[in-house]
Design a protein around this ligand. Structure first.
Ligand code: SF4
Ligand code: SF4
Length: 337
C-alpha cells in the first residue's frame, strides 16, 4: 500500500499543452514519482471517473485542473475534483481566466454549431444535423455533455485555492509548487497566484525602451524587428506592459511580442483595458494636430488597420475573467440540446 500523497491532473476545455508542462519537468519527474502517486490524469493514467468517485473526500492532496469550463462534463468534473481534493489549483490560462476557448463568448452557441457543422465549405451536412445531448438508438440511449452558451473559468464554477498562469505554465512554476508540498512548507494564502511575479513582463524584459511614439501598428510578418529595442516601440502589439511577469520574457527574447498569456499584473483588473490605455499613450498624435475630426478618425483607423482582431489581441487569454466577459449580453437560461 502506497504512502505517497495523491495528485490528480485533469483537463477540461483545453489543448493538452498544460500536460506537456508536466512532461517538461524532465529529471524532476523522478522526484515527482518518489513523492506522489498520480491517481488521475486521463492522458497518462488509466484511472476511471468512478475510481475518483469511490475515493474519500479530500483524499487527493492536490489537483491541477487545466482547461476552461465549457460543458456539463467540465462542470461535473470540477465539482467532483473539488470535493476529492484538499488543494484545487486552476492550472494554466484556460482554467484561470478562460483563455482562447473563452473568445467563443463573443458568439452564440448556435453560431458555433452553424459554423462547425453546417455553414462550412468542408462539411457535407444537407440535413443540418448538429450534436444533441440524447439520441435514441436501437441499442440504447447515447448521451453527450451539454455544450454551454458561455465559457467560464474554474473559479466561476467551484471554489479554487490557487492559480498558476501561463499558456502553458512553465515547468519551473509547477516544480516550485510541488517542492512546497514535498517540503511540507506552509502554503501561501488562499487565492494566491503561484509561480509568477507581481510586476509586468516589461520589468523582466531586457529590451531597450526610449519612450518612442508609434506611428503605425505593424504585424510580425511585415518586418524583422530590431532584436534589442522594445517591440511595442517598433509598432508591434507587445502585451508585456499589461502582463504578469514570471516567464522571463520568453517571447520578446525570441523576437516575438508577448501575447499576454500570464494574465494581468497585480493591481490590474482588466488586461485588455490596461493595454488599450497603454496604446492610447504611445501612439503618435503629433500628425493629428490641426486636422478635422473626420481626418483624425481616418488617421486613427489607418493606424488600427494593423490590428485586425481587437478581442483576440487584447483578451486572448482573459476574456472570461475580464470586466467584459464577452461582448454580447449575458445568455438567458441554458437550454438542453
Ligand atoms: S513592451 Fe514588450 S518588448 Fe517592450 S519592454 Fe515590454 S515586454 Fe519588452
Ligand atoms: S512573453 Fe508573454 S506570451 Fe510569452 S510566455 Fe511570457 S507571458 Fe506568455
Amino acid at each position: 500500500m502506497t504512502t505517497k500523497a495523491s495528485v490528480a491532473i485533469y483537463w477540461a476545455s483545453s489543448c493538452g499543452g498544460c500536460e506537456i508542462s508536466v512532461a517538461n519537468l524532465h529529471e524532476h519527474l523522478l522526484e515527482f514519482d518518489a513523492h506522489f502517486q498520480l491517481v488521475f490524469c486521463p492522458c497518462l493514467v488509466d484511472a476511471k471517473v468512478d475510481d475518483i468517485r469511490a475515493m474519500p473526500d479530500e483524499s487527493i492532496l492536490v489537483t491541477l485542473f487545466n482547461g476552461a469550463i465549457r460543458t456539463d462534463e467540465n462542470v461535473e468534473m470540477a465539482h467532483l475534483l473539488r470535493r476529492k481534493s484538499k488543494v484545487l489549483v486552476a492550472y494554466g490560462a484556460c482554467a484561470s481566466s478562460g483563455s482562447i476557448p473563452a473568445l467563443s463568448n463573443l458568439h452564440r452557441r448556435e453560431d458555433h454549431f452553424n459554423a462547425i457543422y453546417c455553414d462550412n465549405p468542408s462539411i457535407d451536412n444537407p440535413g443540418g444535423t448538429v450534436p444533441v445531448t440524447r439520441t435514441q438508438m436501437p441499442e440504447g440511449e447515447l448521451k453527450l455533455p451539454r455544450f454551454h452558451e458561455r465559457v467560464k473559468t474554474l473559479a466561476q464554477t467551484v471554489d479554487v485555492d490557487y492559480f498558476v498562469p501561463g499558456c502553458p505554465p512553465e515547468s519551473h512554476q509547477l516544480w516550485s509548487i510541488l517542492e512546497l508540498l514535498i517540503c511540507g512548507a506552509a502554503l501561501p494564502p488562499k487565492g494566491s497566484i503561484l509561480g509568477a511575479g507581481r510586476k509586468s513582463v516589461c520589468d523582466e524584459c531586457e529590451r531597450e525602451r526610449k519612450d518612442k511614439k508609434v506611428e503605425r501598428i505593424r504585424r510580425p510578418y511585415e518586418f524583422a524587428p530590431d532584436p534589442k529595442a522594445c517591440l511595442l516601440e517598433q509598432g508591434l502589439i507587445c502585451m508585456g506592459v499589461a502582463t504578469r511577469d514570471g516567464c522571463g520574457a520568453l517571447c520578446p527574447q525570441a523576437n516575438m511580442p508577448c501575447n499576454g498569456c500570464y494574465g494581468p499584473p497585480e493591481g490590474v483588473l482588466d488586461q485588455g483595458a490596461k493595454m488599450v490605455g497603454t496604446l492610447g499613450s504611445i501612439i503618435d498624435i503629433e500628425p493629428l494636430k490641426g486636422l478635422s475630426e473626420e481626418a483624425i478618425r481616418a488617421h486613427v483607423d489607418a493606424i488600427l488597420d494593423g490590428m485586425p482582431d481587437y478581442a483576440g489581441t487584447f483578451y486572448k487569454f482573459t476574456l472570461a475573467a475580464s470586466l467584459l466577459e464577452g461582448a454580447r449580453p449575458k445568455a438567458g437560461p441554458e437550454v438542453s440540446g
